[in-house]
Design a protein around this ligand. Structure first.
Ligand SMILES: Nc1nc2c(ncn2[C@@H]2O[C@H](COP(=O)(O)OP(=O)(O)OP(=O)(O)O)[C@@H](O)[C@H]2O)c(=O)[nH]1
Ligand SMILES: Nc1nc2c(ncn2[C@@H]2O[C@H](COP(=O)(O)OP(=O)(O)OP(=O)(O)O)[C@@H](O)[C@H]2O)c(=O)[nH]1
Ligand SMILES: [Mg+2]
Ligand SMILES: [Mg+2]
Ligand SMILES: [Zn+2]
Ligand SMILES: [Zn+2]
Lengths: 211, 211
């Protein structure tokens, strides 16, 4: 019988709270600057998920990401982690009680930009979303495998920049499948919206399966 | 009297070892995919530092970066950190004993891609080099301040992509100066070599001042 760490215990509490409130929560993890906030802005602009999107923003410092989400009409709270490099279930628990969550809505938890430590912490989400920007190089799934092992879906973002890069999109996707054969991969651009329709359809069916 | 942590103790040992060997060591920190390895490749290609460059590569997994450096004629060893998100002085100590370091040479320690945790660990280097890619957004110095506070120099890399980005180069530099007024900032492209001459001149004078 594995002794649940304090974090796992709280994560389980968060998960029960979210299930009772009928809120579908995901935990978004990437390197700094891969486009997590831009992707959430795009989801708010497109409004294709049919329900309200609430956002918990995690950053060492500033409320810049929360302000960007609010500017797009989203309800967002900001967690500043200071020297901590990842969100934990305790921080998220506090933030959950600050949001007027509605049944059937979505909760996006944008983690601190870091491909390593956030992958190990359960926050109470349904699953983790990994984001890799094609400006970072196709080798990232192999070099930072925890990101891929712990995610259900990988978004390869900023594909509008492909004409200007030496990035091998095929290789990046197959490297991810090598690390986690079950992962689903989408190539998208948060800037132009390319590829997002397929991702929205996938999220809606994943939500249907979970709730 | 601050009690030196075990890491600081070992870092001090590394620093003495490097000073005795007359090797000028720097610790390069960035987000994953900012171009640390590409910058080292560029330094090997340009050969403008006048002395041999030894490299310690830090990654969760793979020896891909070490192999890239060796392919450019550099002497490199690879440290795989597994689940650890940063290099520490103990890991570097082991690697130091594997390199045939020469007097007056350079040692570049490429840390694990992570803007947070590596900034807190002294490895025995002369100073830290921060790298931010202009594909990551100009807000990074404000959102990940530890990276800037702990660095002596900031390289804003990939400026060859500026025509295709909404990146504000001026703002990024001034945000960094706001966080750390003493930091020196260079705008460079590891791909085209633009801006590297000024950086080489700065490194040579910094090395002269330290040794
Ligand atoms: N060309 C292009 N740029 C993008 C895209 N998505 C994001 N960006 C840019 O990438 C930079 C970083 O985007 P953010 O949304 O702030 O990234 P993030 O992952 O939220 O960053 P942190 O929260 O700081 O870790 C900004 O300059 C964005 O404009 C995209 O699809 N295409
Ligand atoms: N256009 C352009 N691309 C660059 C430049 N520097 C690096 N890249 C590209 O950016 C991607 C990542 O470069 P790397 O050198 O592997 O970055 P890194 O910081 O060493 O990455 P990790 O060690 O995995 O954290 C690769 O696709 C490079 O080709 C640059 O100056 N301009
Ligand atoms: Mg963000
Ligand atoms: Mg590298
Ligand atoms: Zn960490
Ligand atoms: Zn020793």
């Amino acid at each position: 019988q594995r002794i649940l760490s304090r974090n796992d215990h709280l994560a389980q509490h968060n998960r029960e709270l979210l299930q009772k409130a009928q809120v579908f929560a995901t935990n978004w993890i990437s390197a700094p600057g891969s486009g997590k906030t831009r992707l959430i802005e795009r989801m708010l602009e497109d409004n294709r998920l049919g329900q309200e999107i609430f956002v918990i923003e995690g950053d060492q410092e500033t409320s810049r990401d929360r302000d960007r989400i609010r500017a797009k009409g989203g309800q967002a709270v900001q967690i500043n982690t200071g020297s901590a490099c990842h969100l934990d279930a305790h921080m998220v628990h506090e933030a959950l009680h600050q949001l007027p969550l509605k049944p059937k809505s979505f909760l996006v938890i944008e983690n601190v930009g870091n491909m390593v430590c956030p992958t190990a912490f359960d926050l109470g989400e349904a699953f983790k979303v990994a984001v890799i920007s094609c400006t970072e190089g196709e080798d990232k799934p192999l070099k930072y495998p925890d990101l891929i092992t712990n995610a259900k879906v990988l978004l390869i973002n900023k594909i509008d920049l492909l004409p200007h890069l030496d990035f091998d999109l095929e290789a990046c996707g197959s490297f991810a499948k090598r690390i986690n054969p079950a992962i689903t991969v989408f190539a998208v651009s948060a800037k132009t919206g390319e590829g997002m329709e397929a991702f929205y359809a996938w999220v809606l069916s994943a939500k249907g399966a979970e709730t």
